[in-house]
Ligand binder design. Structure first.
Ligand SMILES: [Mn+2]
Length: 441
């Protein structure tokens, strides 16, 4: 089997053309001002900017534009310079025939000059609540479509379609909506997202039947098609497709390459690691007089704390990021495999572990609410108690890093490190838990 080269699409392709054309036309309308950009639907994934979010946004914008003939542009919710923090995304975008610089993509960097946001129709993929920044001074902001696999936040109930169903990858929902004919570069991009989210369709993993069916639907159109076993595109719809993708050589190779690139973050600084896979939440505290809101951020880092966070590196990076984002709380969620050596002394993949490092700062939100009895002490005891009594994550205090002593943190800051008894609980479980701990009276 040759290396990845044969899967790479050429740069002159219809996906590439769709992206460049829609980006240029949208930006021109935005610059012209008035309500020229009002005809556009801006389709975006979540702010963590993972491959699922990027592929789903591109895929759904393509469907809107080419199938439903509604002008749509995908917006990648990361700064252009931060695209480089995710090597697996760069690889998948290359397989999908984008240029080395990814200049075809519309990122936050190109829209930063527009305030208020120049368009008001939004399609949300891989999340289901429109971020605050798009609503500021934008009274007509409307979510017209939602396609997601996260917990339903029950917002934007007028959106149509409004598909929010759990499955391994949001890109599977988008793939299922694709017509039989689609650019092979787009099929490849969606397939790459599903592959990385389901660990190559591993049985008993995150892949659901919906993911497998959707992947089979688009795989035949992808640049991998000729390396795959015969697929069932012609099978009757109610015929349960056997899992032909799992275990096929081309899928194994794609899974391996993407996951190697995703896990190779050893060259990144603590500050890069915290920003790389990051989501932000606003929590109103109904139990404090006047219900002040605080901002909390959750970073997922694919390396154990001991490999990057000691000697004050975590504290320095976290405080810098928290001040920049105006955060009161930052949770750093690690996921990694313990290094282990086998009987021949060769290192092998050990047990899957997760840790959480939490930092609470006395930022401006606390300072202004202090008279009402809100302090970092009060927040810390509420958060630690809530985390520790949750039976799903099974948090156990860890003092290895000494973070709880706060020696390298500003005055009044509180911090704690936990090992998770349940290594399966991801940010998808921890975000709603933190919401209920902080918001419930
Ligand atoms: Mn996703």
């Amino acid at each position: 089997m040759p290396a990845q080269v044969p899967y790479v699409a050429t740069t002159a392709n219809s996906l590439n053309l769709f992206l460049s054309t829609s980006k240029a036309a949208f930006l021109q309308d935005a610059k012209d001002g008035g309500d020229k950009a009002a005809r556009w639907t801006v389709v975006m994934g979540n702010e963590a900017g993972d491959l699922d979010s990027i592929a789903s946004a591109i895929g759904y914008a393509w469907i809107q534009s080419e199938v439903h003939k509604t002008p749509a542009v995908p917006l990648i919710q990361v700064e252009r310079a931060d695209l480089a923090l995710r090597a697996e995304n760069l690889h998948a975008l290359k397989l999908a025939g984008l240029s080395e610089s990814n200049e075809e993509l519309l990122t936050l960097t190109e829209i930063s000059e527009f305030a208020p946001f120049p368009a008001y129709k939004f399609g949300l993929v891989d999340h289901n609540r429109l971020a605050e920044r798009y609503q500021v001074d934008n009274p007509h902001a409307t979510v017209t479509a939602i396609i997601d696999h996260h917990q339903d936040e029950e917002q934007h109930t007028e959106a149509s379609p409004r598909i929010i169903t759990a499955c391994g990858s949001c890109a599977s929902h988008v793939s299922a909506l694709c017509p039989r004919e689609l650019p092979e570069e787009l099929a490849t991009l969606l397939l790459a997202a599903i592959v990385i989210d389901t660990d190559g369709f591993k049985p008993d993993g995150k892949a659901t039947q919906l993911d497998r069916d959707a992947a089979n639907h688009i795989a035949v159109k992808s640049t991998l098609a000729r390396y795959l076993p015969p697929l069932s595109a012609l099978a009757p719809i109610d015929f349960k497709i056997p899992d032909v993708l799992y275990g096929s050589q081309a899928i194994i190779e794609l899974t391996q390459t993407l996951s190697d690139k995703k896990l190779d973050v050893s060259h990144l600084s603590a500050y890069d690691l915290i920003r790389r896979d990051y989501k932000e939440y606003t929590h109103p505290l109904a139990w404090v007089t006047g219900s002040p809101s605080i901002k909390a951020g959750l970073s997922t880092v694919p390396l154990g704390l001991k490999d990057w966070a000691d000697d004050g590196r975590l504290e320095d990076a976290a405080v810098k990021w928290m001040e920049q984002r105006g955060l009161t709380i930052l949770g750093v969620l690690t996921t990694f495999h313990e290094a282990k050596s086998n009987i021949l002394g060769k290192s092998t993949k050990g047990k899957h572990r997760r840790e959480m490092a939490w930092i609470i700062l006395a930022g401006p939100q606390i300072a202004s609410a202090q008279i009402e009895g809100l302090s970092t002490d009060v927040l810390a005891s509420r958060l630690w108690a809530g985390l520790e009594k949750d039976s799903e994550i099974q948090a156990e205090r860890s003092k290895k890093l000494g973070l709880e002593k706060g020696g390298k943190l500003p005055p009044q800051a509180k911090a704690m490190v936990y090992k998770q008894g349940n290594a399966h609980a991801t940010r998808k479980a921890i975000a709603p838990l933190v919401k209920s701990i902080l918001e419930v009276e």
